[in-house]
Write a protein that binds this ligand. Structure first.
Ligand SMILES: [Zn+2]
Length: 352
């Protein structure tokens, strides 16, 4: 997530704090400053414990995701809670169920541990408290609340993911997502309306749910539109590839204009990278083409599925308009991002 700072790393997973978090700290200081320095410190200490609990919750999601073979980008802390950034494209509904359940299970587990520790010190577990009394009992209730609130069945919250995974087992993924996102938009709207009277955080979470639910339904549309089509289905032949040891000046002298904005470059051992028209125009005439080729653009296997392989490749190559397609390191053709987009746009309305 952009505009966030790394504050640590657990099991190789970066923990980051979003810049909006500074607003929360300022708010906490402003609300407590009137009653003295000790109260400010106590409130900030409580904030650290609260978000420490959120990190444990998110780590549970992330570690289960990693055990299921998915890569975890990072965990980002926002004022309204944490987000584990795990690519959604490659998830099965079984993965989704296990990853989603892990967070609330960890929170309830923490609540039990703090509850038992608190009871051992002789503090009363009842009535529920978040504001005063034993810190252990407050942490127990807070983690229980965190676990329970996340189970509200509103995508993209954990409960919504659990609901979708269950629905997908019997009715298929597109229907499950449509139903779960409709429910989520309704619940998000209700949170906003109730939040106006009760608490501003509920308004923010309601907005987060409505935006997130919209994103989930778009993703599902794309998945349904691309179905089980392969990269080969959209691959177009190319007139030539450029040798890596060619000078830029020679490209313009010896080669006819290229119909796409980027050209694959090949060397003796196969595919090297992609060179764009604009980088050819900007480069000095003596530079070798291989030196200005972007080597981060992968060679796509023609048998790979459009969803998620090609889509992920386009996403990760920072808006590259075309991708080379080939096997055994040799380029056979290109696939254009706008052809993939056109396929999604032509999808029957029923799947949108
Ligand atoms: Zn969660």
């Amino acid at each position: 997530m952009r505009h966030s700072w790394q504050i640590g790393k657990v099991h190789g997973i970066p923990i980051r704090v979003h810049w909006t978090f500074a607003g929360l700290i300022i708010l906490v200081v402003a609300l407590t400053a009137g009653s003295g320095g000790e109260d400010v410190l106590a409130a900030l200490g409580w904030l650290v414990l609260l978000f420490g609990s959120v990190v444990v919750h998110e780590l549970a999601h992330s570690l289960v995701a990693r055990r299921r073979g998915l890569s975890v980008h990072d965990i980002v802390l926002l004022p309204i809670g944490g987000v584990s950034e795990i690519p959604e494209l490659t998830r099965s509904s079984d993965d989704e169920l296990r990853i989603a359940v892990a967070g609330p299970v960890a929170s309830v587990g923490l609540a039990l541990v703090f509850g038992v520790l608190g009871a051992a010190t002789g503090a009363a577990l009842w009535p529920p408290t978040l504001v005063t009394g034993s810190i252990l009992i407050r942490l127990a209730w807070m983690n229980l609340l965190l676990g329970a609130f996340n189970l509200v069945p509103a995508l993209p919250m954990d409960g919504g993911r659990v609901l979708r995974a269950f629905l997908a087992r019997h009715h298929g993924e597109p229907w499950a997502t449509t139903t779960a996102t409709r429910l989520a938009k309704g619940l998000g709207m209700a949170m906003v309306v109730i939040g106006v009277f009760v608490d501003v955080w509920l308004v923010l979470i309601g907005v987060f749910v409505m935006i997130g639910a919209q994103g989930e339904s778009q993703m599902s549309t794309v998945r349904a539109a691309l179905g089980d089509r392969r990269v080969a289905d959209l691959t177009v032949p190319i007139p030539y590839t450029l040798p890596e040891d060619l000078r830029v000046a020679e490209v313009f002298h010896r080669y006819p204009p290229y119909p796409w904005t980027a050209i694959p470059v090949e060397g003796a051992s196969g595919y090297v990278g992609m060179v764009t028209h604009s980088s050819l125009m900007a480069a000095s005439p003596d530079v070798l083409v291989g030196h200005i080729a972007d080597q981060h653009v992968p060679l796509l296997d023609p048998r790979a599925p459009l969803f998620p392989t090609a889509l992920t490749a386009f996403e990760q190559s920072r808006g590259f308009p075309v991708m080379p397609v080939g096997s055994h390191g040799r380029v056979r053709g290109l696939i254009a991002a706008h052809d993939v987009e056109a396929l999604v746009a032509r999808a029957p309305l029923a799947t949108r």
